[in-house]
Structure formats: structure tokens, C-alpha cells
Ligand binder design. Structure first.
Ligand code: SF4
Length: 76
């Protein structure tokens, strides 16, 4: 079981779509809110958190680097 987590500060998302393009296995756009969503994530306050597998780490690191709001974090 992976202990890698992605954390998304959803409130500050501007819906630029970069994370969805780079890591579609983990991200999708919500057309109603105009913000991205971390697939399968649990809400904790303003944050959404989910576990990811090691094989999805690189794509999510790339998404985190591409995010213009710097609101995607990866922790282990
Ligand atoms: S890259 Fe960042 S700002 Fe852009 S949609 Fe994803 S989380 Fe939101």
C-alpha cells in the first residue's frame, strides 16, 4: 500500500487545467465549480487529500511544478 499523499488546496484553484492534462489519472475538471478535483480525495477543511501509488508520483510531481498557484503538494 502506498503512503504517498497528494494534497490539493482546492479553494485557491484557478481552473487552469494543467494538472488535468499532466496527470489525468489523478485529476479532473469540475465544470460547475470551474476548479480541478483530486479524484477519490477526502475533504479536510479547505484541503482535499488522497493516497497515490508510486507509479503516479512523477506525473503528480510534474503537475505540482506546473500549477501556477502552487497548491498541489505531495508528501510521503
Ligand atoms: S494546475 Fe493548479 S490551478 Fe491549475 S487546475 Fe490544477 S490545481 Fe488548479
Amino acid at each position: 500500500m502506498s503512503s504517498l499523499k497528494i494534497i490539493h488546496n482546492h479553494k485557491n484553484c484557478i481552473g487552469c487545467n494543467a494538472c488535468v492534462l499532466i496527470a489525468p489519472q489523478s485529476w479532473r475538471m469540475n465544470q460547475k465549480t470551474g476548479k480541478s478535483e483530486l479524484i477519490g480525495a477526502e475533504k479536510k477543511g479547505n484541503l482535499f487529500i488522497t493516497d497515490i501509488f508510486e507509479c503516479d508520483k512523477q506525473a503528480n510531481q510534474d503537475a505540482a511544478e506546473a500549477c501556477p498557484m502552487n497548491i498541489i503538494k505531495i508528501s510521503s
